[in-house]
Design a binder for this molecule. Structure first.
Ligand SMILES: CC(=O)/C=C/C=C(C)/C=C/C1=C(C)CCCC1(C)C
Ligand SMILES: CC(/C=C/C=O)=C\C=C\C=O
Ligand SMILES: [Fe+2]
Length: 544
């Protein structure tokens, strides 16, 4: 555990008291549970975000902390929800960026916030809760940052020596468990919230949104950090564990119903000095693709108290960029190629390219690629998100398509899969029809851009065969990942809906349901209050 000091040094209750919960609407239920004491470090100077300008885009509800310890209510539906839509849509994300009077600086720092919409018989019921991570409980109890978040580090105090800080960093005890990134439904039905720290794997109840328990990995694989996005199927969970000491990655697999990851294989990095950041990775039917991008973890930046321009990472353009392919069955590396430099958070999908005899000739892997430009991380600073002036500042992005030959060639290709102008040169937060995971596919649903903008502001259906895109847009709205839900019994790849949560310009929030074929709105379910931006989603069908 991080060093503990006298609670008299702490500014208690900033989170729990001063900031009024923004509640409203029907069937309100209250509010925070009393919690066990958390761990603290010595009182620190304020975590000051840049001063906020008033009026205009800096007031967008998307970037405001909306604290709901426990809210549930029927949602007013406009349009007609499909009667087959029967289950729960869950979205995770960092929806709470303020500690009392102080604000986090980066989108990824906020405390994990779950929003759910349950659909049944054309009706919708919403709910909203904070995840009770140790990091959030400690912050709420002590009114200040107690664990290392994406960009913020608790300030060391007189009782916390630099050596103590180092020890707590390397043991992992000071790392956050704020599971604010993804939410997945495991094959055994458990619903798991995740971030990039292994300890930030938290099981939640999709109905009550209760924090159930910490997901304990019952194996000896260790590792303090992992890919925030495992690949989850009905039977398996695939994950990547970067090795910062001996630069490389461990590929591991866990069976549904188990908490024990099994070692599949290891990839040694070809560039250095550290592994490339792996927020996500793709798989095919027979292979795991391990990306090694030149935006690499950086030990020196990990140790810095103040955020650096690239946070815990560093850009090493001369270190090279590589794509490795591991056989799922043997753990052997079957290809390792050098590719042009790239920057991505999210892989979309991958599949095996075959020749006429059915032999696999190459792996195709698609990602949301930010033109090898690390300034996307800077775009996501809250100050930048809150201060849109009309200038077009969002870093360009494209569907980056890798072709990784399996014939021993040393190089792979990376090209745009379609003209990025089709989606406004903005592209991230993608989903696909899960039936096409690891297989050839035609459509991806993502957030695109209508320029000028400072953040992706459209919902876009991309047709990778026709190389075209269709978009939904509402002025000033900030939509989150359009999550594809197939119609039961569907045969066509785009037979279903895409669900997104929208933080609207007027401060309201709603779940938007688009027909995935036409990409036209079929219904929206209005929350009685505004929603903060959120990241990733999952679908829990009823009675599964
Ligand atoms: C929200 C999101 O997409 C990413 C969150 C990433 C986090 C919380 C990363 C945390 C980390 C640390 C706390 C220290 C070690 C490095 C790193 C994994 C970046
Ligand atoms: C929201 C985002 C990128 C948007 C830029 O186009 C990335 C989120 C990453 C974490 O899940
Ligand atoms: Fe992500």
């Amino acid at each position: 555990m991080p060093p503990t000091i006298s609670s008299s040094l702490c500014t208690v209750a900033a989170l729990s008291g001063r900031r009024a919960s923004q509640q409203g609407g029907n069937k309100q239920r209250a509010v925070a549970q009393p919690l066990a004491a958390g761990v603290v470090t010595e009182a620190a100077p304020p975590l000051v975000s840049a001063p906020r300008r008033r009026g205009g885009a800096d007031e967008l509800v998307a970037w405001k902390s909306i604290r709901q310890e426990r809210w549930e209510g029927a949602l007013e539906v406009e349009g007609n929800l499909p009667l087959w839509l029967d289950g729960t849509y869950l979205r995770n994300g960092p929806g709470l960026w303020d500690l009392g009077d102080y604000g986090f600086r980066h989108l990824f720092d906020g405390y994990a916030t779950l929003v759910r919409v349950s659909f049944r018989d054309g009706h919708a019921v919403g709910a909203h809760r904070q995840i009770e991570s140790e990091a959030y409980k400690a912050a709420r109890e002590h009114g200040k940052l107690c664990y290392r978040e994406f960009s913020e580090v608790p300030k060391p105090g007189s009782f916390t020596s630099f050596i103590g800080q180092l020890a707590s960093l390397f043991s992992g005890s000071s790392l956050t468990d704020n599971s604010n990134t993804g939410v997945v439904r495991l094959g055994d039905g458990r619903v798991l919230c995740l971030t990039e720290t292994v300890k930030g794997s938290i099981v939640v109840d999709p109905d009550t949104l209760d924090t159930v328990n910490k997901f304990e990995y019952e194996d000896k694989l260790g590792g303090l950090i992992h890919s925030a996005h495992p690949i989850v199927t009905d039977t398996k969970f695939w994950t990547l564990i970067p090795d910062l000491i001996r630069p490389g990655y461990v590929v591991a697999r866990m069976d549904a119903g188990s908490n024990e990851r099994q070692f599949v294989g290891r990839v040694d990095c070809r560039g250095g000095p550290a592994p490339g950041w792996v927020h996500s990775f793709p798989i095919t039917e027979n292979y795991v693709v391990v990306p090694e991008m030149p935006l690499r973890y950086c030990a020196a930046n990990l140790l810095r108290a103040e955020p650096t321009p690239l946070y815990k990472f560093q850009w090493y353009p001369d270190s090279g960029s590589y794509m490795h392919v591991m056989c799922k069955a043997s753990g052997n590396i079957v290809a390792s190629v050098e590719v042009p430099p790239f920057v991505t958070f999210h892989f979309i999908n991958a599949y095996e390219e075959k020749d006429e005899e059915g032999r696999v000739t190459a792996i195709i892997a698609d990602c949301c690629e930010h033109n090898a430009n690390t300034s996307i991380l800077d775009n996501l600073r809250l100050h930048n998100l809150r201060s849109f002036t009309g200038e077009d500042v969002l870093t360009d992005a494209r569907v980056g398509r890798f072709r990784i030959p399996l014939d021993g060639s040393p190089f792979g290709e990376l090209e745009a899969a379609l003209d990025p102008e089709e989606h406004g040169r903005g592209m991230d937060m993608c989903s696909i029809n899960p039936a096409h995971l690891g297989k050839e596919y035609r459509y991806t649903y993502a957030c695109g851009a209508r320029r000028p903008c400072n953040f992706p502001n459209t919902l876009t259906k991309i047709d990778l065969v026709e190389k075209t895109a269709k978009s939904w847009y509402e002025e000033g709205a900030v939509p989150s990942e359009p999550y594809f839900v197939p119609r039961p019994g569907a045969v066509e790849e785009d037979d279903g809906v895409a669900i997104s949560m929208v933080s609207a310009k007027d401060g309201s929030g709603y779940a938007l349901v688009l027909d995935a074929k036409t990409f036209k709105e079929i219904a929206r379910a209005n929350f009685p209050y505004g929603l903060p931006y959120g990241l990733h989603c999952c679908w829990v069908p009823r009675d599964k």
